[in-house]
Unconditional design. Structure first.
Length: 240
């Protein structure tokens, strides 16, 4: 599995900030994001999505030093929600992978991000896990209807995920596995509704992985073609 870290020539503004923080704090900086995607019709076994990410994170560990990811991947009948807490290299690898899948009609399509947070002070989840939720599919034609602004809808649903992470952090490993295996029965009030997920994946107000990559990972300065030529062309006049 190839790891794509969205590397660009030059450094992005975020790269500069992160390097300064590493120098000052001498500790690994953790970032997080929450994405919502639609499952591709080509997905035959939903567990393949979780296995795909297990392979991606294994590849990241082989390429980068430091802590691995924590978070949760919930796979619904037609959608998935993914919360990731990880070092920058891992976060960019996952976002790049989401963009690639969207372009190539992979496991996940129509991905949008509900949140993208840099310099997270504390992880919410004790480990990274995935579960396929045993739920009835969203009836065809059923849509989410609300007069609330998108910001409020996103915030209220993020709160559910964060509360779920806090709940998980208080559980012993054995109890955590039992809870994960029966989420719809034990903690249904923390699960995002499927009509809301469908609303998110079709909402143009939310950022796509491509937009996040372009915003945070493009070089802070543009290299002109003339700067790559030697000797440097001499301009005889200070104006065009």
């Amino acid at each position: 599995l190839q790891v794509n870290t969205m590397a660009n020539e030059g450094s992005s503004m975020l790269d500069v900030i992160l390097e300064r923080m590493r120098t000052e704090n001498q500790k690994q900086v953790i970032h997080s994001f929450v994405s919502v995607s639609k499952l591709s019709p080509e997905v035959a076994d939903k567990r393949d999505i979780g296995v795909h990410y297990e392979k991606l994170y294994k590849a990241c560990r082989q390429h980068y030093q430091g802590d691995g990811p924590t978070g949760l991947l919930l796979i619904y009948p037609q959608h998935c929600v993914h919360l990731v807490e990880a070092p920058w290299e891992v976060v960019t690898a996952v976002i790049s992978d989401l963009e690639d899948m969207d372009n190539q009609r992979g496991y996940l399509v129509s991905t949008h991000l509900l949140a993208f947070t840099t310099n997270v002070q504390q992880r919410l989840f004790p480990q990274w896990s995935f579960r396929v939720l045993d739920l009835p599919a969203l009836p065809k034609g059923e849509t989410y209807k609300s007069n609330d602004p998108i910001e409020q809808t996103v915030a209220s649903n993020l709160e559910l995920l964060y509360k779920l992470g806090v709940h998980f952090s208080k559980l012993a490993p054995h109890n955590l596995k039992i809870t994960l295996d029966s989420l719809p029965e034990k903690l249904p009030h923390f699960l995002l509704e499927q009509d809301v997920l469908e609303y998110f994946v079709t909402c143009s107000d939310l950022n796509t992985p491509k937009e996040i990559r372009e915003r945070y990972c493009t070089p802070a300065h543009t290299i002109l073609d003339s700067e790559l030529v030697w000797p440097i062309p001499v301009r005889l006049f200070p104006y065009d």
